[in-house]
Write a protein that binds this ligand. Structure first.
Ligand code: NAD
Ligand code: DAU
Length: 341
């Protein structure tokens, strides 16, 4: 692969995308980034405030939809590579209504793949999830050759996009890699996901809703470790390959909630056991030895370190999450950017 100088990032105003942009601007001095995001409820330009000024000439934002074929074809042709984060990402929302998940995750990915082909092919990193492998029992871990068996409309839509990427590699020789990561946590995560929801509710002395008995298990990775993995996949991943990333930090949901309450010195009486998620996957665990071996990637933040940093971040950024929770962040774009496109 020739050296990437100009990178198109999709979904860079969301949780992982914005952490990726911060991390890449800091750690890869030669790279110029364009962020394409349609700013759904999950996209927040506050996450990227000041970057145009701080990294003059190296970062720009374009408001637009990945399903806009003309726009995406142009942007892809102006860049050397694409890192594709844009998606509907919340399992519970997909249970209520799957349609936007198909529109963005499946059709949107197809639009980008067509754009990549139209400009003669480019490096394409498709950011996927361990949820495409389905659920585990109490033993074992997902490897890259675990069969795809998604259980929620969200994971089915991600699996659909993975299959399209695979087909474009096989049929059209597109230079694409797929990454599949476990549960991320860290700064800028939308407080609908477990960890930021529990932290912010606890800070507001509101009930903490735990699904079922709280015994389901997730493997938690600090978001910057995932972002570094994606960069390694971009720089050194072999076209057509899949790379798993995980945090080697399996925890029961209830243990995560207890740790948050303890750190914030809040009472366990805030916990409320609520109806279980429909089709709730029991356990996820990731075998990430391939990424360690072939990309030289290593997890660098333990769960305890990452949680300390994350809890401190939410304590120090109350206006950020309060704006998100009240929806006031949606006014920010028009106030900050006026009516630029
Ligand atoms: P997020 O929901 O926080 O952000 C998604 C971003 O995509 C938002 O900024 C949103 O505005 C943008 N977007 C949505 N639809 C769009 C469209 N049609 N056109 C342009 N932009 C659009 O998601 P996240 O948690 O940051 O996840 C990012 C990616 O990583 C997703 O593909 C997700 O499947 C994957 N992933 C997430 C996790 C996790 O734990 N959060 C783990 C593994 C993989
Ligand atoms: O594994 C990677 C996936 O992790 C990503 O692909 C998804 O985009 C991301 O949302 C995440 O999916 P989960 O469904 O695992 O994450 P969530 O934070 O929604 O839930 C984590 C666990 O906590 C899960 O077992 C459900 C439980 N939970 C969640 C919420 C929001 C609760 O008990 N109460 C809650 O209120």
């Amino acid at each position: 692969m020739s050296k990437v100088q100009k990178l198109l990032v999709t979904g860079g105003a969301g949780f992982i995308g914005s952490n990726f942009i911060h991390h890449t601007l800091k750690s890869r001095a030669g790279l110029i980034l364009t962020n394409l995001d349609s700013l759904t409820y999950a996209g927040n330009l506050r996450n990227l405030e000041g970057l145009e000024k701080q990294y003059q000439g190296r970062y720009s934002f374009v408001k637009g939809d990945i399903n806009d074929a003309t726009l995406t074809a142009r942007l892809i042709s102006e860049n050397d590579a694409v890192v594709h984060f844009a998606a509907e990402s919340h399992v519970d929302r997909s249970i209520l209504d799957a349609a936007t998940f198909i529109e963005t995750n499946v059709k949107g990915t197809l639009t980008l793949l067509n754009g990549a082909l139209a400009c003669g092919g480019c490096r394409f990193v498709h950011v996927s999830t361990d949820e495409v492998y389905g659920a585990l029992g109490d033993e074992g871990a997902f490897t890259e050759s675990t069969p795809i068996a998604p259980n929620s409309p969200y994971s089915a839509s991600k699996a659909g996009s993975d299959m399209l990427v695979r087909a474009f590699v096989h049929t059209h020789h597109l230079d694409a890699v797929i990454t599949r990561c476990s549960n991320n946590y860290g700064p800028y995560q939308f407080p609908e996901k477990l960890i930021p929801l529990m932290i912010t509710n606890a800070l507001e002395d509101k009930p903490l809703p735990v699904y079922g008995k709280g015994h389901n298990v997730r493997d938690w990775i600090y978001v910057v470790d995932h972002c570094e993995g994606i960069l390694r996949a971009l720089e050194a991943g072999k076209g057509g390959e899949v790379y798993n990333f995980g945090g080697r930090s399996e925890r029961k949901n209830l243990d995560v909630v207890h740790a948050i309450l303890k750190a914030l010195k809040k009472p366990e009486s805030l916990i409320r056991y609520v109806e279980d998620r429909k089709g709730h996957d029991w356990r996820y665990a990731i075998d990430c030895r391939k990424a360690e071996r072939e990309l030289g990637w290593r997890q660098s933040v333990t769960f305890e370190q990452g949680m300390e940093t994350t809890i401190k971040w939410y304590l120090d950024h109350k206006p950020w999450w309060q704006e998100v929770k009240t929806g006031a962040y949606r006014d920010f774009y028009s106030r900050y950017y006026g009516d630029i496109k």
